[in-house]
Design a protein around this ligand. Structure first.
Ligand SMILES: Cc1cc2nc3c(=O)[nH]c(=O)nc-3n(C[C@H](O)[C@H](O)[C@H](O)COP(=O)(O)O)c2cc1C
Length: 335
């Protein structure tokens, strides 16, 4: 990471950046991806002998070979974070799949950006932006716990009156972080307003480690503007990649001054189908809700997209989904 070439990454998205979507983004030019966020505490607790339930956090931390991926941890207790890093680094935990088709992560990312009330009320996620001293201790503990690089994902700040990403980035760099990703919105803004990306430039000026910019990149134009205006080393795509993993290839082509040929409708649907088939192979009918929401993104912009989404919500088998996607392709190509 950070070797001078444009870094493109898939940002973590709970409920979306599963192993199948990460692989597809890698095929389209993402250098690495980040898992959905994993609770450090839950990963530690599910190891305790008396817990016989399925190790869900371990499953979230699973990484398939082939696509370099960071596991994202959230938590606010340096000891739990360190223990979780140790478990992940050694692979010595219940539910770990190293050696059984799993792979060690390329990095471990610490979440300092999640805005959700349940998370911040525990002092986790973006609440850490209000306590740079604790944030530094968390990173220090994580760095000491293994040889895996530690990265941090943060927001611009807690609110408009406390934009402190440059300061926090310096703190975590000092504590040993190898890279930071800055989502240019504040916690108060959640996901909505267009971000003020100038804060990414101020973080870039404040630290020597690579800085990844994030927030509001939905096109190659958005990406070029972020790179030009902030000088950041790379870009993390989040919602812009949902249903459109080809955005990685498009940005890479634009950055390299190369022609970009968008996928055909049939190719788009083939990729969508591949993704949900893999998902449902792993999860069975339990995967249907995730499959439906992933497909809804692939169908954006299609004729009668709302009606297609409504039909998707009534089927629960891979064959049923394929039928709907095939009819969507026919409709698009006919008209
Ligand atoms: C559904 C959803 C789930 C997300 N889950 C996470 C997460 O688990 N960890 C994290 O650091 N950020 C998470 N994010 C934030 C994104 O990584 C990203 O910072 C944010 O969406 C801004 O980028 P965008 O404007 O390009 O979407 C999530 C965002 C969305 C929309």
């Amino acid at each position: 990471m950070g070797n001078g070439k444009l870094i493109l990454t898939l940002a973590p998205m709970a409920g979306y950046t599963d192993r199948d979507f990460r692989r597809i983004c890698g095929e389209q030019g993402a250098d690495f991806a980040v898992t959905e966020m994993v609770s450090a505490k839950a990963l530690c607790y599910e190891q305790i002998g008396k817990h016989k339930s399925e190790p869900k956090s371990a499953a979230l931390a699973h990484i398939d070979p082939g696509m370099p991926t960071a596991v994202q941890l959230f938590g606010c207790d340096p000891e739990f974070i360190a223990r979780a890093v140790e478990l992940i680094a050694t692979g010595n935990y219940r539910g770990c799949e190293y050696g059984r088709g799993g792979q060690r992560p390329a990095a471990i990312d610490i979440n300092m950006g999640c805005p959700v009330k349940k998370v911040v009320s525990n002092g986790e996620g973006s609440a850490l932006m209000k306590d740079p001293e604790l944030a530094g201790r968390i990173v220090e503990a994580a760095v000491r716990a293994s040889d895996i690089p530690i990265t941090v994902k943060m927001r611009a700040g807690w609110d408009q009156n406390s934009i402190n990403a440059p300061e926090l980035a310096r703190v975590v760099e000092q504590a040993g972080a190898s890279m930071v990703c800055v989502h240019a919105r504040t916690r108060e803004q959640f996901y909505e307003p267009a971000p003020d990306i100038s804060v990414i430039g101020r973080v870039k000026a404040a630290v020597d480690i690579p800085v990844i910019g994030n927030g509001g990149v939905f096109s190659a134009d958005d990406a070029m503007r972020m790179l030009d205006e902030t000088g950041c080393d790379g870009i993390a795509l989040a919602r812009g990649a949902l249903g459109n993993p080809w955005l990685f290839a498009e940005i890479r082509a634009r950055h390299g001054g190369l022609e970009y040929t968008p996928p055909t409708v049939a190719e788009r649907m083939e990729t969508a189908m591949l993704q949900v088939t893999e998902l449902m192979k792993r999860k069975g009918e339990r995967g249907i809700t995730e499959a439906r929401s992933q497909l809804a993104f692939y169908l954006k912009g299609f004729k009668g997209a709302a009606a297609l989404r409504a039909r998707i919500n009534t089927v629960s088998t891979v064959d049923g989904l394929r039928e709907i996607l095939d009819s969507a392709v026919r409709e698009e190509n006919d008209g």
